[in-house]
Write a protein that binds this ligand. Structure first.
Ligand code: ATP
Length: 257
């Protein structure tokens, strides 16, 4: 079933530059898709158009049957409860505990008053513990988030997005601040939850090798255009040359770190 449909999407932040140009693709439930491209290619902008963290200028994004660009504030808030977001720098509240940060993922379902007073149900608390257990960090539930390693903080970020019970998770360079070992753990979790929960996961990545080994599909962006869209095993060095605009693996490694 098609969950996300991006149709002829265009985005400009100013009159001089079109950051996204006629971008079209579809993502199914259960699909793990990586978006790769040079810095400035438009990867973050694309993710942010999907949940309308930035406004859509041209074309449409259809999420779960809804035309994202035409939703009013209330409809948009409701739609966003179905979309988890994971960030490079985790976006946690450092002075709050792990469990409190996870529960923040439920705020989209609360009234302002319930949110202000942190009113969470027993069921929500149990769910938060279940997720922490699943992600191997239940022992840290009452620690402040800033006492955790980067990899552990990213696992809190994943738990916070999963407690929303999303249909889609958008990950903006989730492993860019992590060492190889922690990166592998995070990618393993993202991949397994996508399959287990039959949700879709769209991940912006700088590391081509990791994108290839984890993704069902890769979308290559170059200067705001989709220049590759296909199964990861079909991505050849000619495609990566086009995406990164460089011929040698060594140079590519240099431009993608
Ligand atoms: N809020 C903004 N206002 C103006 N220009 C912006 C804004 N956000 C991004 N841009 C510009 O849009 C272009 C694409 O940026 P974007 O962050 O989407 O690229 P990216 O591929 O995610 O890059 P990176 O890998 O470095 O995060 C860049 O030229 C950037 O400077």
């Amino acid at each position: 079933m098609t969950l996300v449909e991006v149709k002829n999407l265009g985005k400009s932040y100013n009159a001089q530059t079109r950051v996204l140009k006629d971008v079209s693709f579809e993502v199914e439930a259960g699909e793990f898709v990586s978006i790769i491209g040079l810095s400035g290619a438009g990867k973050s902008t694309l993710l942010r158009c999907i949940n309308r963290m930035v406004e859509i200028d041209e074309g449409n994004v259809i999420f779960d049957g809804l035309d994202v660009g035409s939703l009013n504030k209330q409809e948009l808030r409701k739609m966003r409860t179905n979309i988890g977001m994971i960030f490079q720098h985790y976006n946690l509240v450092p002075r709050l505990s792990v469990i409190e940060n996870v529960l923040h993922g439920r705020l989209g379902y609360k009234t302002t008053l319930q949110g202000v007073f942190n009113r969470f149900t027993e069921l929500e608390k149990e769910h938060a513990f279940f997720l922490l257990e699943k992600l191997g960090i239940a022992d840290h539930a009452y620690k402040r988030c800033d006492q955790l390693s980067g990899g552990q903080q990213q696992r809190v970020g994943i738990a916070r997005s999963l407690i929303q019970e999303p249909k889609l998770v958008l990950c903006d360079e989730p492993i860019a601040s992590l060492d190889p070992n922690s990166s592998e753990i995070i990618m393993d979790y993202l991949k397994s939850i996508t399959k287990e929960l039959n949700i879709a996961c769209i991940v912006n990545l700088h590391q081509v090798e990791i994108a290839c080994s984890y993704s069902d599909r890769i979308i290559g962006l170059s200067k705001g255009n989709v220049v590759f869209d296909g199964p990861s095993f079909m991505l050849t060095s000619a495609h990566t040359d086009e995406i990164y605009g460089t011929k040698t693996v060594e140079t590519r490694k240099l431009v993608t770190v």
